[in-house]
Design a protein around this ligand. Structure first.
Ligand SMILES: NC(=O)c1ccc[n+]([C@@H]2O[C@H](COP(=O)([O-])OP(=O)(O)OC[C@H]3O[C@@H](n4cnc5c(N)ncnc54)[C@H](O)[C@@H]3O)[C@@H](O)[C@H]2O)c1
Ligand SMILES: O=P(O)(O)OC[C@H](O)CO
Length: 375
């Protein structure tokens, strides 16, 4: 269009109308990528908030389901007819506007808000399948607690992995959120880490904030995400000390030393983090809940008590759910090893070595006793 067309006649009027009138945004379509224990619990919230804010969100929420057959029935069909994820969140009804879709690409086509909530080892493969299939102006929020499985050294967050592959903005949501308790509508808090807090924060908050799920939005997204990932490693240590028969004082020491290592780790990889972020739900609160009530704790306690391999106890205790701590401990250890940092993080390192059978669980307490925080 020439500058003359912009200023004169009917075309000029139309041009001026569209360039001066605020754009009416179409309601955004939301897809939940994942339908495990947390994916299903969050679908109960997102299904309701999208209905409550029709100007902001399209009320139909698609949920990508990794198909499996449960008691002779396809899980996706059970979800779409009885509105219950009978395998990963039995006994809790999902809102009827949450629709299970088994084709990943189909579940995301036209969606402007992608909620990633799968065990972290599956993220890369999922994102690669979505390249070129989602709107270029889509954004994502990751609820995944883990780090990238990329093993070439250096640290890569899950949000960075998603952003790198899909070229979209990625925020995170972490917090003290045991899925069964959230699905029970018990009061709790969560933290959204959003680098574009002013522009994206309000919409993301609307998608998750409810009476019983209180959201705080902060800009320090790297810290929020790393707190979520590393607390799973600390939870393993808590499980080991539980398995060894130590009490709550020992667990409190695990939590405190785990927090000290977490702050140091974040400071090493993302200098300039905000100390206040560790006092959000994603920080100290998640450490507490996970070290008392989480699956990582449970599996690691049973590992010590039974002497069975971790994979076996996970299978026996979690019915297809996944404990992310041992894998995260390995990924974190490999990153630290590259730069000779492992001695500075003895708790993280010990968790990895115990999971791998290179160290006896009982040696963890020596490691806590000689922790650099006591020197
Ligand atoms: N469960 C919780 O209490 C909770 C709370 C907060 C955050 N999180 C985090 O949320 C993320 C997802 O956890 P979750 O509890 O929803 O999952 P989950 O532990 O219930 O994992 C099972 C899910 O993995 C899927 N799956 C299995 N094989 C797959 C494959 N090859 N490809 C893709 N998916 C596959 C299953 O279909 C199922 O949906 C994790 O990072 C976890 O740390 C969990
Ligand atoms: O059951 P876990 O150990 O995966 O922990 C679940 C949540 O992350 C707790 O906030």
């Amino acid at each position: 269009m020439s500058s003359t067309d912009e200023n004169t006649g009917v075309i000029g009027s139309i041009y001026r109308f569209f360039s001066t009138t605020p754009q009416i945004m179409a309601p955004k379509k939301v897809t939940i990528i994942g339908s495990g224990n947390w994916g299903s619990a969050i679908a109960r919230i997102v299904g309701n908030t999208t209905k409550a804010y029709p100007q902001e969100f399209d009320p139909e929420v698609r949920m990508w389901v990794f198909e499996e057959v449960v008691n002779g029935e396809k899980l996706s069909e059970v979800i779409n007819t009885r509105h219950e994820n009978v395998k990963y969140l039995p006994g809790k009804i999902l809102p009827t506007n949450v629709v299970a879709v088994t084709d990943l690409v189909e579940s995301c086509v036209g969606s402007h808000l992608l909620v990633f909530v799968v065990p972290h080892q599956f993220v890369k493969g999922i994102c690669e399948k979505l390249v070129g299939k989602i709107p270029t102006d889509a954004q994502a929020i990751s609820l995944i607690k883990g780090v990238s499985t990329e093993k070439k050294g250096g640290l890569k967050l899950i949000s960075e992995e998603i952003k790198e592959i899909l070229k979209i903005e990625v925020s995170v949501l972490m917090g003290a959120n045991l899925a069964p308790e959230v699905a029970n509508d018990n009061f709790c808090e969560a933290t959204i880490g959003c680098k574009r807090k002013a522009t994206d924060g309000p919409l993301l908050k609307k998608l998750f904030h409810t009476e019983n799920f209180r959201i705080n939005v902060v800009e320090d997204a790297h810290t929020v995400e790393l707190c979520g990932a590393l607390k799973n490693v600390v939870a393993c240590a808590a499980g080991f000390t539980d398995g060894l028969g130590y009490g709550d004082n020992t667990k409190a020491a695990v939590i405190r030393l785990g927090l000290m290592e977490t702050t140091k780790f974040v400071e090493h990889y993302y200098p300039g983090s905000n100390l206040q972020t560790f006092f959000e739900s994603c920080g100290i609160a998640d450490l507490i809940t996970t070290c008392y009530g989480g699956r990582n704790r449970k599996v690691c306690e049973a590992f010590v008590k039974t002497g069975k391999p971790l994979a076996e106890v996970e299978k026996e205790l979690l019915n297809g759910q996944s404990a992310q701590g041992p894998l995260t401990a390995e990924e974190v250890f490999l990153m630290m090893q590259k730069t000779g940092l492992e001695t500075k993080f003895p708790l993280f390192t010990a968790v990895h070595r115990i999971c791998k059978g290179e160290m006896k669980p009982a040696e963890l307490v020596d490691c806590l006793r000689n922790h650099p925080e006591h020197l």
